[in-house]
Design a protein around this ligand. Structure first.
Ligand code: UDP
Length: 238
């Protein structure tokens, strides 16, 4: 028998960079497929899954504006990058037989559904993975904030933030071998200590709506499913 998952509906937030493998840029299809398999294994537990994927592997608004582009235009380009990532993930998931909808905050009806909250909820109830693309649809925001916003709207019980490490540390564990991991930490401590979990507006939005954030390693095979089955190491922000 399958383990009974701890949550019924979750948001998975991953950065665009999680999809680039060792390439340093863009999309690495085998890596996309590996993550899709992790998502599939959680879907197989009966968990309803929302996803938000960043765009930093392709374009970031801040980087564009630092090079002289107008900021809002650069941000729209960043949002378009998230659509490309969402389509790549949809392709990988559907290749595995997982029904998936890409739902865009910016209308592009030939490519993705427009965001209509009740329709998205219905997809989840039918077991379809919903990938929310184009961020919030607004410049000056990030996909961390988009993930928190959509998680609230979809009544997700938790945000899973997939990273390179298995939780939140007091210092960057990739640079400081002596860094210690928190099992749990409050939203306010994350903000005051300026820990790199998600950007501050996303943390505040999660805090104000009592939405916990589980920070875990995407590189650990079976890690996402393991946590839902009550195992593994992670940090919970609550
Ligand atoms: N972006 C935006 N509004 C949003 C979400 C994203 O303008 O609601 C733009 C912004 O320029 C950002 C880019 O899209 O730099 C890519 O998103 P993000 O940096 O969050 O991606 P990640 O770091 O998670 O890969």
């Amino acid at each position: 028998t399958q383990p009974k998952p701890t949550y019924k509906r979750v948001m998975l937030k991953i950065s665009g960079e999680a999809l680039m493998g060792d390439q340093g840029f863009g999309l690495h299809p085998p890596t996309v497929e590996r993550i899709a398999r992790e998502v599939q294994s959680v879907r197989d537990l009966g968990v309803e899954i929302c996803m938000v994927i960043g765009g930093g592997n392709i374009f970031r608004g801040l980087a564009g504006s630092a090079q002289g582009m107008e900021r809002t235009t650069a941000d729209y380009m960043g949002m378009l990058a998230t659509v490309m990532n969402a389509l790549a993930m949809q392709s990988a998931l559907e290749g595995l037989g997982v029904f998936t909808r890409v739902i865009s905050a910016i209308r592009m009806d030939e490519v993705a559904e427009p965001y209509i909250r009740r329709r998205a909820v219905r997809h989840l109830e039918k077991g379809r993975v919903c990938i929310f693309a184009a961020g919030t649809g607004n410049p000056y925001f990030t996909t961390d904030t988009a993930a928190t916003l959509r998680a609230n709207e979809m009544a997700c019980e938790v945000i899973f933030k997939g990273t390179k490490v298995d939780g939140v540390y007091d210092r960057d564990p990739l640079k400081h071998p002596g860094a210690t991991r928190y099992d749990d930490i409050t939203y306010d401590d994350v903000l005051v200590k300026n820990l790199k979990v998600m950007d501050a507006s996303a943390i505040a939005l999660a805090r104000d709506n009592d939405l916990p954030i589980i920070v875990f390693s995407l590189d650990e095979p079976g890690g996402f499913r393991g946590i839902l089955a009550g195992q593994g190491t992670y940090t919970i922000v609550h």
